[in-house]
Design a protein around this ligand. Structure first.
Ligand code: IVH
Length: 718
């Protein structure tokens, strides 16, 4: 008999519905709980899954069934209780037996040096003398063996939490509140899978674990996607999402939110001695099955602290969660006690903050920029704000829909985010601070540069200037694109030169570049003779190129470097490409209907072909080859949209298979969609498909199409 059937059996004589637990059921329930907690620990704490999800689910269902059968066996710390109990009407208050304090903040290196000096002095160590200048900050302190030892860790950007374990069982979870009194969020915290309901090994009689509840960024993104798909409100950042999720009165909602936890301190402790050092305490936490962040280090003196800060600072954007700094704590607990507290913060600890990645500022105006393909992008002009380590004055608003979705008005106070090298963006509006005279943005109906009509196609988010190359803004961008390193690689043709060449009417098309002489260029502003000579030489050199660079340089919409390569390889010769119609283009690897149509449109414009001919006449050349012989891909020209969760394939897998057969996989449903592949919990895309009468198939249907397309036709099978 297998373990599973054994557990599911019940004595035949007992009444249905609520059987008294027999010894076998009791043992089985205990075994299942231990197993499930062990697997959850492997998965959520160690990030090292021990069994497939399906097996975990089977054990879980078995435990649920047994608990329904024997309600007397149900306990609060059963893993089944993590799904969330009945909603609360309000949170009770919890008085913290050991207050939850805050940390003093430091920003500059100097603050760290001073913190270290204060600790050393407070501990009666030989204090480092104040630095005479900035060059020799550490030598005095580091030269002695008196340097203080610190435990360094991260400052997680989440919510402080106190978890009370009695005899190893989680009995209460409370927020920080004002530090003295917090809120009882036990029912919600029980749903957080990274938090053990029962500690492993030998737990003290009472242990209050202090730490941070937070959300991994990837989980946050997925949550926001789900929220948006369900038409629910999205969250500004992982911290807000974590806070909002914990403050739910209905724990079943919290259970669906991907919260996590890191432990970093102790509140009340009974039945065990305090560990000798902070780092030993963290190791002890890990031994009890609590999640402890691996990014921690024991160092000595201010130099050690600053080295840790720099190391983490350099990797901040690669960490999978948000942090707003690092935290230094004197490592020896006896020394912590010696240093004590001043008002609400410990003298033995310091939070060394990173530059904020989100700040508020005001939108002074919303202007539009015209890109190479005529795309009109609204840009917020901001009151200068220092964010992510630089002063930001502009932030992209992407498109009209985005402005409506975020509800950005001119005059609004907004949260601006700049993380790493990412372009600054407006994440949200602070609606409470909207002034009475705030104005809504209106998309211009004519191009601000050339006055041509602005159009927005039905299925597109982007509005475009229809001026094409008569629009100076598009012409400038087209020339810069043509000259860039990955295209024709004309060194020295930057935006200042292009700006003047276009504004003075010297250059209209890329072909005009090849007519430029030194004298004309040297007459431009800030262009020395030498630079003019170099630029002419660079233009000359660019005449010898490759077909893929040339195709990419033309700046055809949707034709990036990879597509240009595919086109060059497929057609071999430029004339073959020029002669291709949409059907012929669809035979090219990775070219779907949108790209094919865009290329066909480009080639259909006589002035584009004229420029191509002028470029060839100007001596632009490349080695030509024979076209690659390839059978057309079976699903070429077909557009698919994937939605919901497919039973066996991941979205990526499904997409890859479809694309390998030549299909295009689009993100949204339109009249041009051929098939919508719908899985479980398919949302608005499925509805739209039904409304538009687009064919809807499931995973099996898709696999059948692929099988047909890849040649496993019925006649082959017979
Ligand atoms: S220790 C007595 N360690 O920062 C010191 N706090 O300003 C208690 N925080 O409310 C806090 N990461 O939410 C400590 N590694 C860390 C932390 C951390 C984040 C937060 C915590 C606390 C605030 C203190």
């Amino acid at each position: 008999m297998t373990a599973k059937t054994q557990g599911a059996q019940a004595p035949a004589s007992a009444p249905a519905g609520a059987l008294p637990a027999d010894a076998a059921a009791t043992a089985r329930v205990q075994w299942l709980r231990d197993e499930l907690e062990r697997h959850a620990y492997q998965y959520y704490v160690l990030d090292d899954p021990s069994i497939p999800d399906a097996e975990y689910d089977a054990l879980f269902s078995e435990l649920q069934a047994l608990e329904t059968e024997h309600p007397d066996l149900l306990t609060d710390d059963s893993p089944t209780q993590r799904v969330g109990g009945a909603p609360l009407s309000a949170f009770d208050s919890v008085r913290h037996r050991v207050p939850m304090l805050s940390l003093n903040n430091g920003f500059a290196d100097e603050d760290v040096v001073n913190f270290d000096r204060r600790c050393a002095q407070g501990l009666g160590r030989t204090a480092a003398p104040a630095p005479a200048d900035g060059h020799d900050l550490f030598s005095a302190a580091e030269a002695t063996d008196q340097a203080v030892e610190y435990a360094c860790e991260l400052k997680f950007d989440g919510l402080a939490m106190s978890l009370r374990y009695e005899d190893g069982r989680l009995v209460q979870a409370a927020t920080r509140g004002d530090g003295e009194t917090g809120e009882d969020v036990t029912a919600n915290v029980r749903t957080i899978k990274a938090i053990p309901l029962k500690l492993r090994g030998k737990a003290p009689a009472v242990l209050e674990v202090r730490g941070e509840v937070f959300m991994y960024r990837a989980e946050f993104d997925k949550l926001n996607e789900r929220q948006a798909e369900a038409g629910e409100k999205t969250f500004v950042n992982p911290r807000n999402a974590a806070a909002g999720s914990l403050r739910q009165l209905d724990p079943r909602i919290t259970a669906k939110r991907p919260l996590s936890f890191f432990a970093y301190g102790i509140g009340e402790l009974q039945g065990a001695d305090r560990p000798a050092t902070h780092s030993v305490m963290l190791d002890g936490f890990a031994g009890l099955g609590l999640p402890v962040c691996a990014e921690r280090q024991v160092v000595k003196g201010a130099q050690g602290l600053l080295a840790f800060y720099r190391d983490i600072g350099a990797r901040r954007d690669q960490l999978p969660y948000d942090i707003d700094g690092v935290v230094y704590k004197v490592n020896a607990i006896a020394e912590q006690e010696q240093l004590g507290f001043v008002s609400r913060a410990p003298r033995f600890a310091l939070a060394h903050k990173f530059p904020a990645q989100e700040m508020t500022t005001t939108v002074e105006d919303i202007e539009v920029q015209v890109g190479r393909t005529g795309a009109i992008t609204p840009v917020a002009r901001l009151a200068p704000v220092f964010v992510g380590g630089v002063t930001v004055t502009n932030a992209t608003l992407h498109n009209e829909d985005e402005i409506r979705r975020k509800d950005v008005h001119i005059g609004d106070t907004v949260i601006v985010r700049r993380a790493g090298d990412v372009i600054p963006e407006v994440v949200a509006v602070v609606l409470e601070r909207r002034p009475a005279d705030a104005r809504a943005f209106v998309m211009p109906t004519t191009c601000p540069v050339c006055g041509s009509h602005v159009e927005r196609l039905e299925d597109e988010a982007i509005a475009r200037c229809t001026g094409g190359l008569i629009c100076a803004a598009q012409r400038k961008q087209a020339l810069l694109h043509f000259a860039q390193r990955r295209a024709m690689d004309i060194e020295g043709l930057g935006d200042k030169v292009v700006e003047q060449l276009v504004d003075q009417g010297i250059v209209r098309t890329p072909a005009d570049l090849f007519k430029l002489g030194v004298a004309k260029l040297a007459a431009l502003d800030r262009m020395a003779d030498k630079s003019a000579t170099n630029l002419v030489a660079a233009i000359d050199k660019s005449r010898s190129t490759t077909l893929n660079r040339f195709i990419f340089a033309l700046g055809i919409r949707h034709v990036g470097e990879a597509t240009a390569k595919d086109l060059a390889k497929h057609f071999g010769k430029l004339d073959n490409l020029l002669a291709a119609d949409e059907a012929a283009l669809l035979e090219v690897n990775d070219v779907g209907p949108v790209v094919a149509q865009s290329i066909a449109n480009f080639l259909g414009e006589p002035h584009n072909v004229e420029v191509v001919e002028q470029l060839r006449a100007a001596g632009v050349h490349w080695p030509e080859s024979e076209p690659a012989a390839r059978a057309p891909l079976p699903l070429a020209g077909k557009t698919f949209v994937l939605t919901g969760t497919l039973p066996t394939l991941s979205r990526e897998d499904a997409k890859e298979r479809l694309e390998a057969a030549g299909a295009k996989v689009a993100g949204s449903v339109s009249k041009k969609t051929d098939y919508v592949v719908a899985g479980a919990e398919a949302g608005s895309k499925l509805e739209k498909a039904q409304a538009l009468g687009v064919a809807v198939i499931d995973e099996d249907g898709m696999l059948a199409l692929l099988a047909d397309a890849t040649g496993a036709q019925p006649e082959d099978a017979q």
